[in-house]
Design a protein around this ligand. Structure first.
Ligand SMILES: Cc1ncc(COP(=O)(O)O)c(C=O)c1O
Length: 406
């Protein structure tokens, strides 16, 4: 059955739904593994924690980048062992740490967190291996200086100061984590970042006086949103990164290199499908009223808000809420010439529930379907589905063998 037929069939049951295509997930995940054969990958669960998505990605050998205790549990329940679940987030509570410590590798995000992990480990008479998230002395694009003030991680110089006087006997620092940026489409910037990360890892190793077990370089790899975006050639990126990573591995044979990604694995796999519920003409303008837009897939409405408020200035990227004013494309499932100008709005009692103002579409009637793309990451999870107590959209998963799982 082709994708159109799958959508039509599901629309007989559901007025709005996400559909995640496993073929796309597998292709993206495998292309990463092939491009970076000696790197370990983690999936950033926060972008799409749908269980079939997790199973599909973890089955490819990916570990988990968990941003909360809830995500640690999701990864554990999906069958990952402790050493493949990395728990990195600011503001972990003592309860979070106590519960996650048996199921994940904890990445301390502050000196205070290190003290808490140390105390909990002392109570249990153990020494816990942890990673540290560092706010490095370089920026993503700059050559030196600092990444600037950040709520994430420990400033690199503060970390060295801490090590000079470290009294925490029940933790052992064995790993490094940095993440400075998402949605980068310039391969040269990503490569330069990897080089700076390997230099940072060497500085941290020298300060610790021991080789690290792992360096997690975070994410950064972007996907296309706007029709103007140029997709990253992952195979080329991998081969260009090889020299730098090989050199690092030669000097650090026991250090595993990790890259995490959310959007590259699942972002392009998802579409959002919604039904036309009504159409009306008001003062000469045609509105199509759709099921669950702001409260089903919020980012088009946020995009609209940014477009309105930025005026003629370019609205700056504010990931993962806003990427660009043309980040999502809207199409009708129905064939026919796009000869009617319509405004796509949702069925909430707020005028901010607008997808796009004045777009050309074939003539659509109640029951027809609109498809929105780029809905596989930071889509369902970002959306206020409880708004107005409407029935939320379904999340469906199309397996490689053509089954649809709810
Ligand atoms: C620490 C960390 N790692 C990984 C990611 C995933 O980023 P992306 O979905 O762009 O790959 C994020 C996103 O916010 C993050 O904060």
């Amino acid at each position: 059955m082709d994708l159109k037929e799958v959508i039509k069939k599901q629309a007989e049951q559901y007025d709005s739904f996400y559909l995640y295509d496993e073929n796309v997930i597998k292709e993206n995940v495998r292309s990463l593994k092939k491009a970076f054969p000696e790197v370990e990958f983690l999936y950033s669960i926060k972008c799409n924690p749908e269980r079939h998505v997790l199973d599909s990605i973890f089955a490819e050998g990916f570990g988990a980048d968990a941003a909360s205790l809830g995500e640690v549990i999701k990864a554990k329940d999906a069958g990952l062992p402790k050493e493949k679940i990395y728990y990195s987030a600011p503001g972990k509570t003592v309860k979070d740490i106590r519960e996650a410590i048996g199921y994940s590798v904890i990445i301390a995000d502050s000196l205070y967190e290190m003290e808490n992990i140390d105390r909990i480990s002392a109570e249990r008479n153990t020494v816990t291996d942890i990673g540290v998230r560092i706010n490095p002395a370089f920026s993503y694009f700059g050559e030196d200086g600092t990444a600037g003030p950040s709520k994430f991680g420990i400033d690199e110089d503060q970390f060295y100061g801490f090590l000079e006087n470290n009294k925490l006997k029940n933790i052992r620092i064995t790993g490094l984590h940095v993440h400075l940026r998402s949605q980068e489409l310039d391969p040269a910037a990503i490569l330069r970042y990897y080089e700076k990360m390997t230099m940072l890892a060497s500085r941290i190793k020298a300060a610790l006086g021991a080789e690290l077990e792992y360096v997690n370089m975070g994410s950064g790899i972007g996907i296309t949103f706007s029709p103007e975006d140029k997709a990253i050639d992952i195979a080329a990126l991998g081969s260009q990164a090889k020299a730098c990573l090989d050199e690092f591995r030669k000097a650090n044979p026991h250090t595993r290199v990790i890259i995490e990604t959310g959007r590259y694995a699942s972002g392009k796999s998802g579409i959002y499908v919604t039904k036309v519920l009504d159409r009306k003409v008001s003062h000469g303008k045609t509105f199509l009223i759709l099921k669950n837009t702001l409260n089903g897939f919020v980012r088009p409405a946020l995009t609209n808000m940014a477009r309105l408020h930025a005026g003629d200035r370019d609205a700056a990227m504010w990931e993962p809420m806003f990427t660009s004013v043309d980040a999502f494309q809207y199409s009708a499932l129905k064939d026919g010439p796009a000869d009617e100008k319509v405004t796509l709005v949702g069925n909430l009692c707020t005028s901010t529930d607008m997808v796009v103002d004045s777009i050309m579409m074939p003539h659509l009637e109640p029951g027809d379907l609109i498809i929105m793309n780029n809905a596989g990451a930071y889509a369902a999870v970002m959306t206020p589905m409880q708004f107005a107590s409407l029935e939320p959209p379904k999340q469906l998963f199309l397996t490689v063998d053509g089954r649809v799982l709810a």
